[in-house]
Ligand binder design. Structure first.
Ligand code: FAD
Length: 546
C-alpha cells in the first residue's frame, strides 16, 4: 500500500469546487477502505454547516462504504461530524471543517476508521491499546497551523485504536466563545478531561509516554537487557540519523538514543537549502530521516534523554546513563545532541515563531526578500546576520542590548558601510507585535532614556546565542568555552571511542547538510576505531592492513 501524502486544501475553498484531479486522488485513497464508515453530522442553517454538509455529501459519492446521517439540534458542537464504523466503539470527531493543513487529517481518519492500518509501529499500537483509563481529548487547531495536524492525527489514531480514548479536533476560529473562555493563545492546545494537557507539536509516542506512567519504568527495564552496541548514537537529528545510517551500512550493531527523534528539523518549516531538494518542510524531512534509518537494523530508542557519559574502562565499553535510570553500553559512541537557539523570552516571541520570528538567517533570510527585518543581538553572529540580510531585504534594524556592538571591528565597519541598516544600541527588546497571523513590528525600550519605541517590520531574527545541548557532558568530554564539544577533523573527541557531530560540536556553521556530513564522518571514524580496536594485539599486521 502506498502512503497518503499531505493533501492540503486552501482554507476557504469548498470541497465541490475541487478539481477533478483531487477528487479522483481521494477516490483512489478511499479504495483502501475495508469496512463501512458512518458519518454523523451535527448541522444547523449556518453557511458553515452548509459547507460542511456539502463536503460530507461529496465524500459519500467517492466511496460506497461511506454513509451520512445529519442531526439538527443535537446539543453537539455545530457544525461538527463524527466518524464511526458498525461494531466498533470509536469516538473521533471534527468540529468545524478540516480544510487547509487539516485535510490530510480527515483523509487519514477516514482510512483508519475504514479499517486501513496506520503506519505506527506494532509496539506503539499495542501501547495505545493497553492504555488503561478514560481519556476525553479536545484539540484546538487553526487551518493555517503547521504543527496541528501531527497532534490531530496522533489523537485520531489513538481514538481508532482504543475505545476509551475520545478525540474531537476543534477549529478554534469557528468556536471563538470556547477559545475565549479557555483563554487559548496558541495552537495546537490539547485538553484532556477538561484540563490543559499540553501545547505545541506532539507525536503519538510523546502523548502515550505522558499518559502511560508505567512506561518509563518498563522502558528502563527493557533497555537494561540490551546487549552492548558497536556504535551508539546519542541524538536523533540530521547528524545522528546520518551517523546511524553510515554505521548500520557497515553491518555493525547500531543504536540511536534520542530525546526527540528529528531534532530541530521538527521545529522548522520551509527548508530551501537542502541540496538537491529545492524545497521541503521540516516535519517532512524528519519523517524521511526516520524512514531512512528504519530501512536498516538500527535500534531506535526515542524519548530517551542521556544524562551522563562514563568513558570506557577495562571492558572497552563506553556507558551512557539515561534519565529513566537505565544505562546503555557501546564500543563507540557518537554524540549528536544538537543545540537550541537562545530565546528573548518576551511576549509574542512564541506566538509568532515561524510567522516572522526566525533564528536562522541562512535558512529563512530569503523568505524576507524586499521586506523590513530586525536583528536582535550585536555580537558576531548578529552583525554577520545583519550584513547577510542587508543584501536581501529592504531594511535591517540591528538592536543591541549593550551600549556598543560586541562584534569584531572588521564586521562592524562593514555593517556601518551599508545604506539600508540602522544600528540601535542600549535597546531592550520588550515585545513582538503581530496581527494574529504574522509579525508586524516590535517594541524596544531605550535603556538610557527609558522610553519605549515601536519599529514596524515583517521579520525578527534573534541572534543572541546558540546553546549546545552538552550540559550533561561537562564532566566527561572536553568542551569549548561556549560548551561545544571539541572535535578534530575526523569527529574524534578527547575521549577514546567517543566521536561527535553536528550543532553540538565546534563545527563552524550549524546547518542540516553540514550536520549530516559531520554525522557520516563520525560514523566512518567510529568504524575505523572499531576495526582497529577489535583486532587482537598479536595480529598487528592485520590491524595495520585494516
Ligand atoms: P539537532 O537537530 O538539534 O538534533 C539533536 C538531537 O539530539 C535531537 O534528537 C534531540 O532530541 C537530541 N538530544 C538533545 N539532547 C539530548 C540528550 N541529552 N539525550 C538524548 N538526546 C538528546 N538548517 C538548514 O540547513 N536549513 C534550514 O532551513 C534551517 N532552518 C532552521 C530553522 C529553525 C527554526 C531552526 C531551529 C534551525 C534551522 N536550521 C536549518 C538548523 C538545523 O536545523 C540544524 O543545523 C540541524 O538540525 C542540526 O542537526 P543536529 O543533528 O546536529 O542537531
Amino acid at each position: 500500500m502506498g502512503r497518503v501524502n499531505a493533501v492540503r486544501l486552501p482554507e476557504s475553498r469548498s470541497f465541490s469546487m475541487l478539481d477533478a484531479n483531487l477528487q479522483s486522488q481521494l477516490k483512489t485513497y478511499l479504495e483502501r477502505v475495508t469496512r463501512p464508515i458512518q458519518i454523523t453530522a451535527h448541522a444547523d442553517d449556518s453557511a458553515k454547516s452548509q459547507e460542511m454538509l456539502e463536503l460530507l455529501e461529496t465524500l459519500t459519492t467517492l466511496s460506497s462504504q461511506i454513509s451520512l446521517e445529519v442531526r439538527r439540534d443535537s446539543g453537539e458542537r455545530t457544525p461538527s461530524f463524527a466518524l464511526g464504523t458498525p461494531g466498533q466503539d470509536i469516538h473521533l470527531a471534527f468540529a468545524g471543517l478540516p480544510m487547509g493543513h487539516e485535510f490530510t487529517s480527515l483523509v487519514l481518519a477516514l482510512l483508519q476508521v475504514g479499517g486501513h492500518p496506520s503506519k505506527a509501529t506494532a509496539e506503539l499500537i499495542e501501547q495505545v491499546r493497553n492504555l488503561d483509563g478514560d481519556y476525553r481529548f479536545e484539540t484546538y487547531f487553526s487551518l493555517s497551523c503547521q504543527n496541528c495536524p501531527d497532534v490531530v492525527q496522533a489523537l485520531n489514531l489513538a481514538a481508532v485504536l482504543n475505545p476509551r480514548i475520545q478525540h474531537v479536533a476543534i477549529d478554534g476560529g469557528l468556536f471563538p466563545a470556547e477559545v475565549e473562555a479557555r483563554q487559548i493563545m496558541s495552537v495546537p492546545t490539547i485538553y484532556l478531561n477538561g484540563e490543559v494537557f499540553d501545547q505545541g507539536r506532539m507525536t503519538l509516542e510523546q502523548i502515550v509516554a505522558k499518559l502511560d506512567t508505567g512506561a518509563a519504568k518498563r522502558d528502563a527495564e527493557k533497555i537494561a537487557t540490551k546487549a552492548p552496541f558497536d556504535v551508539l548514537v546519542v541524538g536523533g537529528g540530521p547528524a545522528g540519523a546520518a551517523a546511524a545510517i553510515y554505521a548500520a551500512r557497515k553491518g555493525i550493531r547500531t543504536g540511536v538514543a534520542a530525546e526527540r527523534f528529528g531534532g530541530q528539523v521538527l521545529d522548522t518549516m520551509a527548508i530551501e537549502n537542502f541540496i538537491s531538494v529545492k524545497e521541503t518542510e521540516g516535519p517532512k524531512l524528519a519523517t524521511a530521516l526516520e524512514q531512512h534509518v528504519r530501512e536498516y537494523e538500527v535500534d531506535i530508542m526515542n524519548l530517551q534523554r542521556a544524562t551522563a557519559l562514563v568513558p570506557a574502562g577495562d571492558d572497552g565499553l563506553v556507558e551512557i546513563k539515561l534519565e529513566n535510570g537505565a544505562s546503555l553500553k557501546s564500543r563507540s559512541v557518537i554524540l549528536s545532541t544538537g543545540a537550541r537557539w537562545r530565546q528573548m523570552n518576551v511576549p509574542g516571541e512564541d506566538q509568532y515563531r515561524n510567522k516572522g520570528v526566525a533564528y536562522c538567517p541562512h535558512c529563512d533570510g530569503p523568505l524576507f526578500k524586499g521586506k523590513r527585518v530586525a536583528v536582535i543581538g550585536g555580537g558576531n553572529s548578529g552583525v554577520e546576520a545583519a550584513i547577510d540580510l542587508a543584501g536581501i531585504v529592504a531594511h535591517v534594524t540591528l538592536l543591541e542590548f549593550d551600549d556598543k556592538l560586541r562584534a569584531d571591528e572588521v564586521l562592524q565597519k562593514k555593517l556601518r558601510s551599508l545604506g539600508n541598516v540602522t544600528i540601535i544600541t542600549s535597546a531592550l527588546t520588550q515585545e513582538v507585535l503581530g496581527d494574529g497571523q504574522k509579525v508586524t513590528g516590535l517594541v524596544y525600550q531605550d535603556r538610557v532614556g527609558g522610553d519605549a519605541h515601536r519599529v514596524e517590520l515583517e521579520g525578527i531574527f534573534v541572534q543572541i546565542g546558540l546553546l549546545p545541548n552538552t550540559e550533561w557532558l561537562k564532566d566527561s568530554v572536553a568542551l569549548s568555552p561556549r560548551g561545544e564539544i571539541l572535535i578534530d577533523d575526523r569527529g574524534q573527541t578527547n575521549v577514546p571511542g567517543v566521536f561527535a557531530a553536528g550543532d553540538c560540536t565546534t563545527v563552524p556553521y550549524k546547518q542540516i547538510i553540514i550536520a549530516m556530513g559531520a554525522g557520516s564522518t563520525a560514523a566512518l571514524s567510529a568504524f575505523d576505531h572499531l576495526i582497529r580496536t577489535s583486532v587482537p594485539k598479536s595480529s598487528g599486521a592485520v590491524a595495520e592492513a585494516a
